[in-house]
Design a protein around this ligand. Structure first.
Ligand code: 13P
Ligand code: SF4
Length: 310
């Protein structure tokens, strides 16, 4: 079967099964093409709530499907590849953060959405890369513990000098591996290009940026900009999607190995197989199952994120 034939089968099956496919922008081009909704973590969490479909098939990583389930508990939510997890989401757990809360009870715990549902139950508010700064500024407290990403936390802290923001040593292994010398080499090779960077990168890399923003923020900036060339400091898919969307501009990934292998685990055959399972056929759909107590406890900080960030 060709890629196009498989995409056609998927489009037919998603209609038959009343399934909406939600794909994070780090998914491969052929997946984004058959998705009903695409975007960054914030956009997908909000859109997951508004879709009328009975089933949601998530192409991304586990915490994203979990968030969609918490926001739409009446729907069946599936993860297209059950092995796709975010390493950052596993770096800290509820026990560890509860102990820190007890030791320092005046601090508001702000959790990046890249965390497990279980960890969210002991946090006060979630943020995504696009909403973190706005939400931290909006909080009526100055004492904050920001987890788990110290790079995103540092980016927020620099812009909120009046707040006492404590960080822990967590972060995204994919973004953290972009080095200053790689950025300088890319800038030397493309001297007219603007450098657009995700705040999960290290502070020294972020300092070199012309624009800092979430996945969707970077894409919107590049589309609206009058500039013609861009060095992209985030997962390589973004350069590829932008090149399709803006054929008259040029996009260069800062290096070709900024790949999130977890995001890239999902394939078109996984999606086909999951839809077959949803249809009651001989496929294998991995459903996100969560008990009501976990949903209601973990959801509080997601609702708070939407209230403050929307
Ligand atoms: P955003 O989707 O908020 O840009 O975050 C990027 C990311 O690494 C998701 O896991
Ligand atoms: Fe997690 Fe980083 Fe991959 Fe996003 S890019 S899913 S934060 S490892």
């Amino acid at each position: 079967m060709t890629v196009r034939e498989l995409q056609d089968q998927i489009i037919k099956l998603k209609k038959e099964t009343n399934t909406a496919i939600l794909a994070h922008c780090y998914q491969a081009r052929e997946i984004v093409e058959i998705a009903d909704l695409t975007g960054d973590s914030y956009k997908l969490s909000v859109d997951a709530k508004s879709t009328d479909a009975e089933n949601i098939l998530f192409c991304g990583v586990h915490f994203m499907a979990e968030t969609a389930k918490m926001l739409s508990p009446q729907k069946h939510v599936y993860l297209a590849n059950k092995h796709a997890g975010c390493p950052m989401a596993e770096q800290m757990d509820a026990e560890m953060i509860s102990a820190l809360r007890e030791a320092d009870p005046d601090r508001t715990v702000v959790a990046y959405i890249n965390t497990t549902a279980s960890l969210k139950t002991v946090c006060d508010v979630c943020v995504t890369s696009s909403s973190a700064l706005k939400i931290v500024k909006a909080l009526d407290t100055d004492k904050i513990l920001f987890i788990p990403d110290c790079n995103l936390g540092d980016y927020v802290r620099r812009q909120c000098p009046d707040k006492d923001i404590k960080l822990l040593n967590g972060g995204c292994p994919t973004h953290a591996k972009i080095t200053v010398s790689e950025v300088l080499a890319a800038k030397a090779e493309h001297p007219d290009a603007l450098f657009l960077v995700h705040p999960e990168c290290t502070p020294k890399v972020v300092e070199l940026a012309d624009y800092v923003g979430s996945t969707t923020g970077i894409m919107d900036f590049a589309k609206k900009s009058d500039a013609k060339e861009f060095i992209i400091g985030t997962e390589t898919s973004i350069s590829e999607h932008l090149q399709y969307d803006c054929p008259d501009k040029k996009f260069y990934p800062v290096t070709k190995d900024i790949v999130c292998h977890n995001m890239k685990l999902t394939t078109l055959p996984d999606i086909y197989n999951a839809l077959k399972g949803i249809s009651g056929g001989d496929g294998d759909a991995f459903e996100i199952l969560m008990d009501d107590e976990l949903i209601s406890k973990a959801r509080r900080c997601i609702d708070e994120m939407i209230r403050l960030g929307g």
